[in-house]
Design a protein around this ligand. Structure first.
Ligand code: PAF
Length: 278
């Protein structure tokens, strides 16, 4: 496993790796959700690279950029046995040189849900992912379904800017009690960790009535809200039953629906989603 910090070093390694290349972009603090992307990428590509970069531009001024978990030595140790060809750990100065002023904005898809509650978040995500794609030149890039809106934003950017990259979306990895794996789960104390299953329970409640034939968007959203209302530690930011591509809220589900929600448990903000089809 080779490692690179500078863009020239990354490019030198990358040009030596012939055949198809899969990129797994991450912010480090790797968990089984990230690690599950790697066998998939290795199965589908001749070579695989992982980027680790805590991207400052996707954090709002009152968000957790400073305290976001960072442990590069641990991340490298986890990646080493998996067969990854290269790990790229760019510096903030190389990705955002002095005077930086060029941004990628995916307008409509970035607006609702996370975009409404985290202004500027997807501008930061789209910009850094465009820069990672430019530097690496992958054939495929691997993302988790857990960040459903991020996936929708990146897919739109790839189409709109003609990036020759296939976006591969992999299933959300969960703990045994249903909690979606996230680097932010380490912020939860014991009581909060117990409460955090409320996201999975709320989604499951909506899925249950969906499986029984409910197609009314209001009722699906209500099912999630009612579950969260029973948890004193949980503060809901949004619940949504939306079209998976446009992310517009649905009155009536025709064929597919993205159920998603953001909930604060203490100081920690968690998101999760289920993608349901007929
Ligand atoms: O999902 C993440 O970890 C980040 O948003 C990403 C895609 C690596 C961009 O910083």
């Amino acid at each position: 496993m080779q490692t690179a910090i500078s863009i020239p070093d990354l490019r030198r390694i990358r040009t030596q790796l012939k055949g198809t290349f899969g990129l797994v972009p991450t912010m480090g603090a790797l968990h089984d959700g990230h690690l599950s992307l790697i066998p998939r990428a290795l199965a589908e590509c001749d070579h695989v690279g992982v980027s680790i970069f805590v991207n400052p531009t996707q954090f709002g001024p009152n968000e957790d950029f400073e305290r976001y978990p960072r442990d590069l030595a641990r991340d490298l140790k986890l990646l080493e046995p998996l067969g990854v060809d290269v790990v790229w750990t760019p510096t903030p100065e190389s990705l955002y040189p002095a005077g930086f002023q060029t941004w990628v904005t995916v307008e409509e898809t970035s607006r609702p849900l996370e975009g409404e509650h985290r202004p500027g978040h997807f501008r930061g995500v789209a910009t850094v992912v465009a820069k990672l794609f430019n530097a690496v030149g992958p054939d495929r890039a691997y993302f988790g379904q857990k960040d459903a809106q991020q996936v929708a934003v990146i897919k739109r950017m790839v189409r709109d800017l003609n990036f020759p990259v296939e976006i591969v979306v992999c299933p959300t990895k969960r703990e045994s009690d249903g909690l979606a794996m996230s680097s932010r789960n380490v912020y939860l104390n014991q009581a909060e960790r117990q409460c955090a299953t409320v996201l999975f329970r709320a989604l499951s409640a909506a899925k249950k009535i969906y499986d029984q034939g409910e197609r009314n968007g209001v009722r699906l959203r209500e099912a999630m809200l009612m579950t969260i209302a029973h948890e004193p530690l949980a503060r809901v930011e949004y619940v949504s039953a939306a079209d998976p591509d446009s992310l517009g809220e649905l009155d009536k589900v025709e064929d597919r629906v993205l159920l998603s929600l953001a909930v604060r448990i203490g100081r920690t903000r968690l998101i999760d989603n289920f993608l349901l089809s007929q």
